[in-house]
Design a protein around this ligand. Structure first.
Ligand code: F6P
Length: 562
């Protein structure tokens, strides 16, 4: 690590650097029109030149619209923006979240004891949380509990909800995990319907223990539990409710004694490594949870020590700026070719869009360029049969990120010979699809090529040239492919940490505060003003649309639930 610089003033914004000006010239001269097909034809070594190996994650960056000169200028940009100093300030626990006056230390949650700030506190909660998880897993083996319901939202939900299915192969059978987040009762009602209160463990997960949705669901779950349990329900709460929160007093007032704390320097969207990871530990056990942390720590080490030119999160963050600010791409699609990663796009939406969806820099100055792209996606191959049409032939070139996993792992159960053979065949199909999509995006198909194909179902009124224009693909559409050897706790930990650091890098280049989220506050405040009007029906002082909608929704009439 380099010497840290604590002053935000020492960190220039990307557009105030020499490298930025050079990148503008480079973009006009070569960057905008770089053709990937020609680049591969010119340079047989392109794949190797743009391959990067980070812990657990191999990245093929060669199908991106850049060349060696672009990469050099982008890396210069990272140096000039003080990325190393900013990274080191974060890792050292400096209060880089300036608008909340907080350190940003999720990396400390996965560091070995003594290797990062707050090690003693972190490891004592981790040990206690994992011991509790193991105790509950033993109860589950004895049939005492069959279901766990995590009640939380945003960062207190999305991480565990993404990781638990991703690591299904490692999960203890016979213990079903449910996630309730929405204040909409259609979330909790179908879950409660399946449960036996005497065999259920509820986790109330909330950094603040004040979030409206979580508190409403937690109160409802508690009332339901007492109703269903019957005599002795109050006393049984201790065995059937746990809390994960920084607000230990509020959890105690709620009546929960099994509380696992964390700290204000853990951002909600960076909290799955903390006690918020309890549902993950319940599913996969202490050793696997520690492997998840170790994988993330390995990526932290790579981020902290690899030269910027070979530093995968840094290079990804630079590419993000290249696409967002030069190519003007306003979105990025993520396509994990592993069904277990189906919740990854939703997780990444919060990670990236809540972190970098900002329009002012650290000094509050309005930004003259775009920041967070829209991050979206779906597991492959499902996405191919939905929105990939637009990626291939739509009017915008959207960078796509593919995630391929070399080896399968379906869990400890013995597979029958038929199933084993069929699954092996399906995995080859899955990987071939993944490769075919990035190939098709890059290669495209000219109208001349399309004209050589038969189009038997086309209307007889269309001439051949018109049909071939419909059937051609522009190509030259960029993508990155990550390859994991297998989806394990360790590799998943590394993959998530990779995304966290990449978001840090683009945010640092834009010189924004990636660690606050004031944008969600206004809606919360207006909601608390509107809530009483739902029962009173009072519309005085409201804008016309809100007043009209309030009436249309039946405000002022008795609410009912059927
Ligand atoms: O939506 C805003 C937010 O503060 C997120 O950042 C956070 O993850 C979520 O709400 C949940 O907050 P809490 O964990 O305090 O309930």
């Amino acid at each position: 690590m380099t010497t840290t610089s604590t002053t935000a003033a020492a960190w220039p914004r990307c557009d105030a650097t020499v490298a930025w000006t050079a990148l503008r010239g480079h973009f006009e001269a070569h960057g905008r029109d770089l053709d990937l097909r020609e680049a591969f034809a010119r340079d047989p070594g392109r794949f190797d030149s743009f391959a990067l190996q980070a812990p657990e994650v191999f990245a093929d960056l060669s199908k991106n619209r850049w060349d060696l000169a672009t990469r050099k200028l982008l890396t210069d940009l990272a140096h000039e923006c003080g990325i190393e100093a900013r990274r080191d300030a974060m890792l050292a626990g400096e209060p880089i979240n300036t608008t909340e006056g907080r350190a940003v230390l999720h990396t400390a949650l996965r560091a070995p004891r003594g290797a990062a700030p707050f090690g003693e506190q972190v490891h004592s909660v981790l040990d206690a949380m994992l011991a509790y998880a193991e105790q509950q897993r033993r109860r589950a083996k004895q049939g005492e509990i069959t279901d766990v319901v995590n009640i939380g939202i945003g960062g207190s939900d999305l991480g565990p909800q993404m990781v638990v299915p991703a690591l299904d192969a490692y999960a203890q059978r016979g213990l079903k995990l449910h996630f309730v987040s929405n204040v909409d009762g259609h979330d909790i009602a179908p879950v409660l319907r399946q449960l036996d209160a005497k065999r259920t463990l509820f986790i109330v997960a909330s950094k603040t223990f004040t979030t409206q949705e979580t508190m409403a669901n937690a109160q409802l779950a508690r009332a339901w539990f007492l109703e269903q349990y019957g005599a002795g329900g109050e006393a049984a709460i201790a065995k059937h409710f746990a809390a994960t929160t920084t607000n230990v007093d509020a959890a105690a007032k709620f009546g929960i004694s099994a509380t696992f704390g964390f700290w204000d320097w853990v951002g909600g969207r960076y909290s799955l490594w903390s006690a918020i990871g309890l549902p993950i530990a319940l599913a996969i056990g202490a050793d696997n949870f520690r492997a998840l942390l170790a994988g993330a720590h390995a990526m932290d080490q790579h981020f902290a020590h690899a030269e910027l030119a070979h530093n995968l999160p840094v290079q990804l963050g630079l590419l993000d700026v290249w696409y967002r600010n030069f190519h003007k791409a306003s979105s990025r699609s993520v396509a994990p070719y592993h069904q277990g990663l189906r919740r990854l796009p939703a997780y990444l939406q919060q990670l990236e869009m809540e972190s970098n969806g900002k329009s002012v820099d650290l000094d509050g100055a309005p930004l003259p360029f775009g920041t967070s792209p829209v991050v979206w996606g779906e597991a492959g191959t499902n996405g191919q049969h939905a929105y990939f049409q637009m990626l291939h032939q739509g009017t915008d070139a959207i960078p796509v990120e593919f995630i391929a996993v070399r080896r399968t792992h379906y869990g400890p159960e013995t597979l029958s010979p038929t199933l084993r053979a069929g699954l092996a065949d399906q995995h080859n199909k899955l990987l071939a699809n993944c490769l075919a999509q990035s190939q098709a995006l890059m290669l495209g198909k000219t109208a001349a090529e399309a004209a050589t194909e038969k189009a038997p179902t086309a209307s007889a009124d269309l001439d051949a040239a018109t049909i071939s224009r419909h059937r051609s693909f522009p190509g030259n559409r960029p993508s990155t492919t990550f390859v994991l050897d297998e989806l394990s706790p360790r590799s998943l930990g590394a993959l998530i940490a990779l995304y966290e650091h990449r978001v840090f890098v683009s945010g640092a280049l834009w010189r924004i505060n990636s660690f606050d989220q004031w944008g969600v506050e206004l809606g919360k405040a207006l909601c608390s003003q509107l809530l009483p009007r739902m029962s009173s029906g009072e519309t005085a002082g409201l804008d016309g649309s809100t007043a009209g909608l309030l009436k249309r929704l039946g405000a002022g009439k008795p609410a009912d639930a059927a």
